[in-house]
Design a protein around this ligand. Structure first.
Ligand code: OGA
Ligand code: MN
Length: 213
């Protein structure tokens, strides 16, 4: 009986459905306006407040067990978000993410059990060389998500493009994506190599991973 009620409860969400279709067809999805302008603004303010408080640290390569700071590979500064201590903007962020995760688990049996997100700030001149988001001692990352928090007037000449290296019929095809505010990019962590091109202007985002097991 319970199951029948759950099915009646289910309302198809067109945004999530198009993310699922994109992921199945091309291993990535670009969503415009995943967060509203107000939500982006609040998250950007929150990021900048915390950056000014000096809460960010230089990002390391590998995971927390394996922290080697390597400026020649990545130059961004990060701060991990803690859902239990989330401020107003971050609570709204996690509400949206949690809603999407439960939809994915319900409709595609993705088995996402954990998530981790950090703010990232790339100062002028920094980049993140081509890499894969999975590490030797952590293969649980299933989906990578990046939400851009840049100003409304972000210009192509500011750089900082995300380049996904797609493999189409055995041929490598680079896909360039500009870090426009409110845009979210989701891709398969274990499959798609990618990089962040050098930035000419401070570049802001929240990046995270949906994880299995
Ligand atoms: C990362 C990453 C991409 C981006 O943090 O692992 O690849 O566009 N970020 O910021
Ligand atoms: Mn990455």
């Amino acid at each position: 009986m319970q199951e029948i009620f759950e099915q009646l409860d289910f309302v198809e969400n067109p945004m999530y459905e198009s993310i699922i279709n994109d992921l199945m067809e091309q291993q990535y999805s670009i969503v415009e306006g995943f967060f509203s302008e107000e939500e982006v603004l609040a998250l950007r303010d929150s990021l900048l407040d915390k950056f000014e408080e000096d809460a960010f640290k230089k990002a390391a390569i590998g995971n927390r067990v394996n922290e080697i700071i390597e400026k020649s590979i990545r130059g961004d500064f990060i701060l991990w978000l803690n859902e239990n201590e989330a401020n107003f903007a971050e609570k709204a962020f996690f509400n949206r993410i949690n809603d999407m995760v439960s939809y994915l688990n319900k409709t595609c049996f993705m088995g996402i059990l954990f998530k981790e997100f950090h703010y990232a700030l790339y100062p002028k001149g920094t980049f993140y060389k081509r890499h894969l988001d999975t590490f030797q001692n952590d293969d649980r990352r299933k989906l990578s998500m990046v939400c851009y928090l840049n100003d409304e007037d972000w210009q192509p000449e500011y750089g900082g493009e995300l380049v996904l290296y797609l493999n189409i019929n055995g041929k490598e095809i680079p896909k360039t994506i500009y870090p426009l505010p409110g845009r979210m990019v989701i891709f398969e962590s274990q499959i798609l190599e990618h990089e962040v091109k050098p930035v000419e202007q401070k570049r802001m985002s929240i990046t995270g991973w949906l994880k299995t097991r």
